[in-house]
Design a protein around this ligand. Structure first.
Ligand SMILES: Nc1ccn([C@@H]2O[C@H](COP(=O)(O)O)[C@@H](O)[C@H]2O)c(=O)n1
Ligand SMILES: O=P(O)(O)OC[C@H](O)CO
Length: 320
């Protein structure tokens, strides 16, 4: 869990900039249900959480942009309603009067093609990929990763990225149902079909962006639907090749924090290189009337997540 429930030493100076965060809205116009492990899921209420998030973000008047960490629609959404449902959620995000940067999650890919999704989410895409970067202030760069670059979901069966994922799952997960981690031990429990990996091209792009950021003296915040640190999330939620990705990140000193979604209960850790990992609590699992969203104040020496209700606040001070 985060080191502090509140912001014990909130700096009094003005942040360089601030941004909103929300994850796993997983909206569908269907009755409430449960996760595979029996955790309640409020499919119709989650869009109300998003509405309250957008209102709060607008009321604050200081946010520069917001980040949606993926899974805006649920896999149980009737497939003939996928497009209108995703459009309905996108329309809610559009009520925020600043840009919103989206990530693609597994539930998005259960519903729509990558071509549809990248168009709806306004992601400039090469060959269906959904990784990109932006710099909201000269001192900072945001790197948005595509966690399903190598995946059995989202690509046509003949695509090499789908074949590579199938081969990996085949070798790591003997279960007939590849969504099941039954029998897998420890961190190997991540080898399930609802996760994915970053491919070589994306890893090399990440390396280039981080080298350039280091050269420019910029600090970097990494954003990914899937968590990258085992101490911040359940093994079943991790990116398949999180170690490879963290090896690239640890080559440079510029990355200060990694944010993720997917593991609905949320989490926090600081890794061996002093990088903060914050997995955000899901909007989907908020019982009616409760919320999970927040905003982040960014300073030169720290970032402060100010959470609402089920999303605890977290102060993340950078290592010198
Ligand atoms: N076939 C499956 C699917 C999931 N699990 C486990 O349940 C957890 C939650 O799954 P949801 O997709 O409902 O969020 C997941 O972390 C798996 O450990 C399973 O055992 N078998
Ligand atoms: O949002 P889901 O249904 O993919 O669930 C993700 C799992 O909880 C990760 O362990």
């Amino acid at each position: 869990m985060p080191p502090a429930e509140g912001l014990s030493s909130t700096p009094t100076k003005q942040p360089l900039f601030s941004f909103g965060v929300i994850t796993d809205v997983q909206y569908a116009d269907i009755p409430d249900g449960f996760s595979f492990l029996g955790v309640p899921r409020y499919y119709r209420h989650s869009i109300q959480v998003l509405r309250r998030a957008v209102k709060k973000w607008n009321d604050l008047k200081k946010l520069k942009f917001s980040l949606n960490f993926g899974d805006m629609v649920d896999g149980f959404c009737p497939k003939d309603k996928s497009l209108t449902t995703v459009q309905k959620v996108v329309d809610e995000f559009c009520k925020f009067n600043r840009p919103v940067y989206h990530m693609i999650g597994n539930h998005c890919l259960y519903n729509l093609t990558r071509t549809n999704l990248t168009a709806l989410f306004n992601i400039a895409s090469i060959d269906g990929t959904a990784y990109y970067e932006f710099s909201p202030s000269p001192a900072y760069r945001f790197v948005v990763l595509d966690a399903y670059d190598i995946s059995t979901i989202g690509w046509p069966h003949h695509d090499p990225r789908a074949s590579a994922a199938s081969m990996l799952l085949q070798s790591k997960n003997p279960n007939l149902d590849k969504n099941s981690p039954a029998g897998l031990l420890g961190l190997d429990r991540r080898f399930v079909a609802f996760n994915g990996a970053m491919g070589e091209e994306q890893l090399s792009w990440l390396d280039d962006v981080l080298r350039d950021s280091s050269d420019r003296g910029q600090k970097v915040i990494i954003c990914c639907h899937l968590p990258l640190d085992p101490r911040a999330a359940a093994p079943e939620a991790l990116l398949w090749n999180y170690e490879e990705v963290m090896d690239v990140i640890h080559r440079y000193g510029c990355v200060k924090a990694c944010f993720a979604g997917h593991d609905h209960k949320g989490g926090y850790s600081m890794d061996s290189h002093g990088i903060h990992h914050r997995v955000l609590e899901a909007a989907l699992e908020c019982p009616p009337g409760s919320d999970a969203f927040g905003y982040v104040d960014v300073y030169h020496d720290r970032i402060c997540l100010v959470g609402t209700d089920r999303m605890p606040s977290t102060e993340m001070v950078f290592e010198p």
